[in-house]
Design a protein around this ligand. Structure first.
Ligand SMILES: NC(=O)c1ccc[n+]([C@@H]2O[C@H](COP(=O)([O-])OP(=O)(O)OC[C@H]3O[C@@H](n4cnc5c(N)ncnc54)[C@H](O)[C@@H]3O)[C@@H](O)[C@H]2O)c1
Length: 284
């Protein structure tokens, strides 16, 4: 092809376009900034899935990321500020199952940051597992429901008025595949996660037609190797992992990716829904 011919010019134009497309689509491309200027609250973000979500929200431009956790989150907050200069990371230590503590913490976030755009609810406990239903202790059952269900209700209740006022909000609750499928040996946990899925369906509908851009969804992960899973009996973890068609556990980043979509402005026509992150285990 002679140089300067119209064919060469066209060829080069396509090459540049395709290269640009490849760079934009490649995993090495710049991190998106879906949360630019937003204030995000992540419960249970001292470790595990919550921590992965908090780090991604910060990396994607959040103005402030608040960690609400029973454990001390000050190191985690410092880590976020170090990794993402310019963001404000705060840590509030509380029991999310206590209404007064939740109200106080959310009031502090609103006082400091002015609004809450995103609430991701990752705090959760399994309670005792690998036990038959008749062996479940009432106190264990109650505590699992207090942390996994009541806390989600309390946090949503505390945050929703500010979302209604600003006209924007994303709530993402972390449920579990066990809430759909029911894991034997995990009566309290599985039934609490079923409650989270249904609570999300109710809330999603209630705020869907108010002329506000508020969506409320949940996610149902299968096994992800975190401290929570490390603490479970090996037989119970094997039972859960064996049920995953992909034949492997999920990675923190994979679950965080689904959560981040549900927490972003892109998730504007889906509410009251349960997203899957189960390696194929979900059948509905
Ligand atoms: N890891 C998995 O395989 C898996 C699978 C499905 C669903 N989930 C759900 O994802 C969420 C996160 O799980 P993870 O594996 O990252 O757990 P994790 O144990 O690593 O982290 C949970 C966090 O919640 C905090 N927390 C617990 N009780 C609290 C309370 N009363 N008040 C405030 N904070 C409290 C803990 O301190 C901890 O930082 C949980 O809701 C869990 O049920 C996990």
């Amino acid at each position: 092809m002679p140089s300067g011919s119209p064919g060469l010019v066209l060829f080069l134009a396509y090459a540049v376009r395709d290269t640009a497309h490849h760079v934009l689509a490649s995993p090495c491309a710049a991190v998106p900034r879906r949360f630019e200027g937003q204030v995000c609250v992540v419960t249970g973000a001292v470790q595990g899935i919550g921590a992965a979500v908090a780090a991604r929200l910060a990396a994607e431009g959040a103005r402030a990321v608040w960690i609400l956790d029973k454990a001390d989150g000050s190191d985690a907050a410092k880590g976020l500020e170090k990794a993402t200069p310019g963001i404000k990371a705060g840590a509030l230590q509380l029991d999310l199952a206590e209404e007064g503590q939740v109200q106080k913490a959310i009031a502090e976030v609103l006082r400091e940051s002015g609004r809450i755009d995103v609430l991701v609810q990752g705090a959760g406990i399994t309670g005792k597992t690998n036990v038959k239903s008749h062996e479940v202790e009432l106190s264990d059952f109650q505590r699992v429901f207090d942390v996994n269900v009541k806390a989600i209700f309390l946090c949503s209740k505390a945050v929703l008025p500010s979302m209604l006022k600003s006209g924007y909000g994303r709530i993402v609750n972390i449920a579990s595949i066990s809430g759909k499928d029911g894991n034997a040996g995990m009566l309290a946990y599985s039934s609490s996660k079923a409650a989270v899925i249904n609570l999300t369906k109710v809330m999603g509908k209630e705020y869907a037609n108010l002329g506000k851009d508020i969506t409320i969804n949940c996610i149902a992960p299968a096994v992800v190797q975190t401290a929570m899973v490390d603490a479970m009996p090996k037989e119970q973890v094997k039972y859960m992992t064996d049920k995953i068609p992909m034949g492997r556990t999920g990675k923190l980043d994979e679950v965080a990716s689904t959560i981040l979509f549900a927490a972003s402005q892109d998730c504007s026509f889906t509410t009251g829904f349960c997203f899957d992150a189960s390696g194929g285990r979900t059948v509905y």
